[in-house]
Write a protein that binds this ligand. Structure first.
Ligand SMILES: [Zn+2]
Length: 151
């Protein structure tokens, strides 16, 4: 018997996001670009925040009389965040190096059509009319013992 996938709110959010990314980026090339952009934007943002925190920390060191209201984030909190973000940045950099290799792969139009076809099976448009009709029919079926577990 196959195990039911977890239905907690985090997992459901993940399934939804996962399917949306397949539906909206159904080709190999689109997935390459999406993942590249996603790693780059994550890295840009983490780098920028790290720089900003470092700047703030050194500003505090050079001016110990910083007005107390400005210190709503403690020095320790900043130092710990910088350490963690630097780790994340190092990991993101490694992922980027691997992604570059994936990025070099080219796929023919025939295979791209296959990608689209499979994407459509994996993550059909939830607002697609056929699907809505099918869902409605399904939910009207009386005495279906497993109906709330399937969708
Ligand atoms: Zn879960």
């Amino acid at each position: 018997m196959a195990e039911e996938p977890c239905q907690c709110s985090d997992c459901q959010r993940f399934y939804k996001q996962h399917d949306r990314l397949i539906r909206e980026f159904p080709t190999f090339k689109q997935q390459q670009e999406l993942n590249w952009a996603s790693i780059q934007s994550f890295r840009t943002l983490c780098n920028k925040v790290t720089d900003e925190l470092q700047r703030e920390l050194s500003e505090r060191e050079s001016n110990e009389l910083t007005c107390i209201e400005k210190k709503h984030i403690s020095d320790l909190e900043i130092t710990e965040a910088i350490d963690e973000l630097e780790n994340v940045n190092a990991h993101l950099y490694s992922i980027e190096v691997l992604m570059e290799r994936i990025f070099e792969t080219k796929i023919s139009n025939h295979i791209e059509s296959k990608f689209k076809e499979i994407a459509n099976e994996l993550a059909p448009d939830p607002l697609n009319m056929d699907r809505l009709i099918l869902n409605r029919l399904f939910h009207q079926t009386p005495d279906s013992p497993d109906k709330k577990n399937i969708n």
